[in-house]
Every structure is written in structure tokens, then in C-alpha cells.
Design a protein around this ligand. Structure first.
Ligand SMILES: Cc1cc2nc3c(=O)[nH]c(=O)nc-3n(C[C@H](O)[C@H](O)[C@H](O)COP(=O)(O)O)c2cc1C
Length: 232
């Protein structure tokens, strides 16, 4: 096996082809952006990289606000369309039958069909050649209550999230484990070896954010508290 070195490129994948909504509730616009991510968990800092030629660029610069809406398989046509058509010429919300909803903390609208919408306030704009990076603080997160179970747990696996890799759209594949499962597996084995008579649950992959994190009560659970805002 050999690896061939290419010139620098943007081959980071998969990434979320997020729907970035901006403008106002009365005059909303939306563009697709794959170049977005999380920078810090407390405060929650994110970014989106936008070419100055995009219609959205002017809207975001002017208002200092945008919303990152997570894309789903049901939204794939809208995701592609909003990434090839400009709001300069058309109303993409109308064309794609998207519903602009009021946000909780900002004037930019959220997309009601998206399962999760992160409301963002711009902190700085930095040019990196072709794109301007809008660094922003996430000031509110709106979650579709259909994905929250009776215990208050977010079941995002039911949303059918979309991924973008090398110019193609994909749905997510099989779940291979949950956060920390590799460590827990080792602890599970250790426990099994140390106390073979003790009954040890083998369904560790089902760890819920709601279960006990007291290591004495629940030796297989991660000891660090995990909350919805800060996984890493
Ligand atoms: C999957 C996908 C990802 C994209 N990612 C970005 C991006 O990260 N930044 C960007 O400036 N344009 C990106 N684009 C292109 C813009 O979405 C596109 O130019 C859009 O028409 C801009 O809309 P607007 O003029 O209404 O703002 C992407 C397009 C697609 C299809």
C-alpha cells in the first residue's frame, strides 16, 4: 500500500451540508454551507465560511446573525438547491416550501423543517483568501420536540441526518458505538475478569445521558459529567 501526496485541498469529509438561514422573518434567505463547525463548548463558539460573492454574505454581515439548521434526508433537494441558486434572484424558502420560523434570541429566522437550529450571533469576520469566516456565538438551540423522548433525551438518530462527502450527499450509516464505548468495553472486560461471578450487563452501548454517573453506583458509566452542550 502507498499513499500519494496531492497539493493542498478541501478533502475533509464527511461534513454537514448545513442550511444557513439569514435575513429576517419577512424576507428570509438560506444558503447551504459545508464549511461550518464548532470551535468551543463554553461559550459555544461556531463558524461558517462564506464567499463574499454570496447574497447571504451581505445579509449576515449587515445583521450580525445567522442560524445553522441541521440537514436531513428529507431536506436533501432543498440542501442542494439552496447551494446552487442565489437568493439575489429568487425566494428559496418559497421555491423549496421551507417554513421560516421566529428564532428565540435573534431576528434571523430558523427553518422549521430542520430538527435542530442553532441561533448564532457574529463576533468577528476574518478573511482567509476565498472565504470570510464568520465566527459566532451560539445563543440558543431549537430542537424539534418529535426527537425528544418522554425522559427528555434527544434521539437525534431518528432525524435522518445528512452528510456531504466528496461532492455527494449521504445519510448516516449504521451506529457503531456511543461516546466512550471503547474505554467502557475495556472496563467491562476488566470487571468481568475481576469478578466472574458478578452479572455484568453487556449492553453498555445504550448509555444514556440520564443514567447515573456515580462510579460507585454505576462502575461502567463515564465518570465525567456529560451534558447536552459539552461532549468534548
Ligand atoms: C453542499 C454545498 C456546500 C456549500 N458550502 C458552501 C460554503 O461552505 N461556503 C460558501 O460560501 N458556499 C458554499 N456553497 C455554495 C453556496 O451555498 C451557493 O453559492 C449559494 O447559491 C449561495 O446562496 P446565496 O447567494 O443566496 O447566499 C455550498 C454549496 C453546496 C451545494
Amino acid at each position: 500500500m502507498a499513499k500519494i501526496t496531492w497539493k493542498p485541498g478541501t478533502l475533509l469529509a464527511p461534513v454537514p451540508p448545513a442550511l444557513i438561514s439569514c435575513g429576517t422573518l419577512e424576507k428570509p434567505n438560506v444558503m447551504t454551507a459545508a464549511w461550518t463547525g464548532i470551535i468551543s463548548s463554553d461559550p459555544v463558539i461556531t463558524y461558517v465560511s462564506v464567499r463574499p460573492s454570496r447574497f447571504s454574505h451581505g445579509l449576515i454581515k449587515e445583521s450580525g446573525e445567522f442560524v445553522i439548521n441541521l440537514p436531513t434526508a428529507a431536506l436533501v433537494t432543498a440542501v442542494d438547491y439552496c447551494g446552487v441558486k442565489s437568493g439575489k434572484d429568487i425566494d428559496k424558502f418559497k421555491e423549496m416550501k421551507l417554513t421560516a420560523g421566529a428564532s428565540a434570541k435573534i431576528s434571523a429566522p430558523q427553518i422549521m423543517e430542520s430538527p435542530i437550529s442553532l441561533e448564532c450571533k457574529v463576533k468577528s469576520i476574518t478573511n482567509y483568501g476565498t472565504h470570510d469566516m464568520f465566527l459566532a456565538e451560539v445563543v440558543a438551540v431549537n430542537v424539534d420536540d418529535r426527537y425528544i423522548d418522554e425522559k427528555g433525551k434527544l434521539c437525534l438518530e431518528k432525524a435522518g441526518l445528512l452528510a456531504f462527502a466528496h461532492a455527494h450527499y449521504y445519510t448516516l450509516g449504521k451506529c457503531l458505538g456511543n461516546f466512550g464505548f471503547s474505554v467502557n468495553k475495556a472496563r467491562l472486560k476488566k470487571l468481568k475478569n475481576a469478578a466472574p461471578s458478578k452479572k455484568v450487563k453487556t449492553t453498555e452501548a445504550k448509555t444514556s445521558f440520564k443514567t447515573s454517573r456515580n462510579p460507585k453506583k454505576n462502575p461502567l458509566k463515564p465518570t465525567k459529567p456529560l451534558d447536552r452542550g459539552a461532549l468534548f
